[in-house]
Design a protein around this ligand. Sequence first.
Ligand SMILES: [Zn+2]
Ligand SMILES: [Zn+2]
Length: 141
Amino acid sequence: MSVENAQKILKSHQLKATQGRLAVLELFMNSSKALSHSDIEHALTDQSIDRVTIYRILDCFVGNGIIHKVSSEQAIQFFALSHHSHHPGIQHAHFICDGCDAVECVDIPMKIEADSLANHPDYHIDSVTVTIHGKCSHCSN
Ligand SMILES: [Zn+2]
Ligand SMILES: [Zn+2]
């Protein structure tokens, strides 16, 4: 994935392509895994982007739907690129590796009947989250 792709994404959301935003977005584009705050800070240490700026960029990206939040069970907040959620009929789940705690977005060919859930007499349901547990390819070897 290239800088031009990152610039295109920012442009389509009417966001200025600052050095920090480009660096963070490229990081997500080049990662198959969801990233935590500390992953991002570590990856950007030589780019002189401070903590507060990273937090602000992540907030901005989440607000614009470019990335989404993923909660792991260790209460660590992860973030991942949002291109998965645009396929109707494909459920977007999160895989959590019980070996190394890596979090990945997974498209699974399963449709949860949101309409039937929406008519549930007792609950008002906004979204359905599916979490898959197991071992990633690295840990299962
Ligand atoms: Zn693992
Ligand atoms: Zn995801």
